[in-house]
Design a protein. Structure first.
Length: 129
């Protein structure tokens, strides 16, 4: 997968997971937060600073566009995208570790297949059949 397959990081309201305008779902998608935690924090903000929060919330509803339906390509893993947004350094470290592990496994496999032991194992298997 190349970097052009990952969608641009842009803030949208999420209309498919919306309860009231999709602002909390959009914030959760953008920052990689848990949606339930984001909604709980929004409710706390409503009670803590009611007039300001209500004005800001409805301003976002009217000013921020809803997420286009084809914004995320089908071949992009949504869990990877969320992990990349929430902690890009850790995600890239994990990916680097996975690729290094795969590289080591492939090197061991190549070493075995090109060894005389592999030929000997194949000949024994052919004798058993």
């Amino acid at each position: 997968m190349n970097s052009s397959a990952i969608p641009d990081r842009r803030f949208y309201r999420s209309s498919d997971r919306a309860v009231l305008g999709g602002v909390c779902a959009g914030l959760a998608d953008y920052f990689g937060f848990n949606l339930k935690v984001t909604r709980v924090l929004a409710v706390i903000a409503f009670f803590w600073a009611m007039p300001l929060t209500v004005v800001a919330y409805f301003a976002v509803v009217f000013l921020v566009p809803a997420k286009p339906t084809l914004a995320v390509p089908k071949d992009v893993d949504p869990e990877f995208t969320q992990a990349l947004r929430s902690s890009p350094g850790q995600t890239m470290t994990d990916l680097r570790g996975r690729f290094q592990s795969l590289d080591r496994r492939l090197a061991r496999l190549e070493k075995y297949v090109t060894s005389s032991r592999y030929q000997l194992d194949r000949e024994f298997k052919n004798l058993e059949d």
